[in-house]
Design a protein around this ligand. Structure first.
Ligand SMILES: [Zn+2]
Length: 312
């Protein structure tokens, strides 16, 4: 029992090490949220676009008649302060809620900068994952560059005020926002934010635009990811805000579904033909690199195949 769990920890750490060493190269500068570029998507929804900068997420600002919900914080308190300054340009209503799509440092580790009145909402699975893995993710990300280390140096992990199992609705004053949890996918606790009236979806890192989906450690699940995409598509969203990349429509969900379905088919076939993991990687990585040469961060193909090989 001990041996198995130690091995899992070793594997997780090893995967994470690869993840970080690969990400460092593409991230020479500090991943800072950019001020002054906030874009209005609908009457109630704004985003601070990521500008395709590595480790900067799309940040959401949802404004009701009575209060505001912010989606994700940027990495560390300095980024979160920039986010709050952008919020204040839009509205002086109270920021009643902070919705964190998942526990990764660039998405939630600026929570401490939010005012005391702000209530943090996450799925229960995410709250537990932050408590278990938050400190180790700070350490690993801090090792990526001096700039990231500085951004994370003052982080205090803040536990959520409100948690839920599968779904919760919040009223911002004439505006209902649904928060949804389905399965472990990118992390154990990925949350989706959906505005039914506007058919607008925040997908967190389950939906990325022209990036390969990231399976950072052994808690990631390709099968969970595919099931989540199916459930998101069933919501029939018309505006889809990815965790990283440009805002678009349901085509973002379709693209990722097609990629993962193709991978599932090919890995299943490889296993049926009794190919080892190593042989499967050697066969499939170049195929996906060729077919998706317009997507960034192809080093993530490997982890997805490894996860699937273990899951199928
Ligand atoms: Zn992430």
């Amino acid at each position: 029992m001990h041996i198995i769990s130690n091995l899992n920890i070793f594997r997780q750490t090893f995967c994470l090490f690869i993840f970080l060493s690969l990400t460092v190269n593409s991230n020479a500068d500090a991943p800072m949220v950019k001020a002054g570029i906030t874009k209005q998507l609908t009457d109630n929804v704004y985003i601070i676009p990521d500008n395709r900068i590595s480790l900067v997420p799309n940040i959401g600002i949802i404004v009701g008649k009575e209060s505001i919900m912010v989606v994700d914080t940027g990495m560390g308190p300095r980024n979160a302060e920039l986010v709050l300054q952008e919020v204040r340009i839009i509205s002086d209503l109270p920021v009643a809620y902070l919705a964190i799509t998942h526990f990764h440092p660039e998405h939630g580790m600026g929570a401490q900068s939010f005012p005391a009145e702000t209530r943090i909402i996450v799925p229960q699975a995410q709250k537990l994952e932050l408590a278990e893995k938050g400190e180790s993710y700070i350490d690993f990300f801090s090792g990526m560059s001096p700039e990231i280390s500085e951004l994370l140096s003052e982080v205090k992990l803040v536990s959520a005020d409100i948690t839920f199992e599968k779904e919760i609705s919040v009223d911002l004053g004439g505006l209902i926002v649904k928060l949804l949890y389905f399965h472990a996918a990118h992390t154990r606790g990925d949350m989706f934010i959906y505005l039914p009236d506007q058919k607008l979806l925040f997908g967190g890192d389950i939906i990325v635009d022209r990036f390969f989906p990231i399976m950072p450690d052994e808690d990631s699940s390709v099968l969970g990811w595919m099931k989540s995409l199916k459930k998101l598509k069933a919501l029939k969203p018309e505006i889809v805000v990815p965790g990283h990349g440009s805002v678009s429509d349901v085509s973002l969900i379709d693209q990722l579904s097609i990629y993962l379905a193709a991978m599932k088919l090919k890995v299943s076939l490889a296993k049926r033909n009794e190919l080892s993991l190593e042989e499967t990687l050697q066969l499939l990585i170049p195929q996906f690199q060729r077919s998706y040469s317009h997507w960034d961060d192809p080093h993530w193909i490997k982890n997805a195949i490894e996860r699937l090989y273990a899951e199928i």
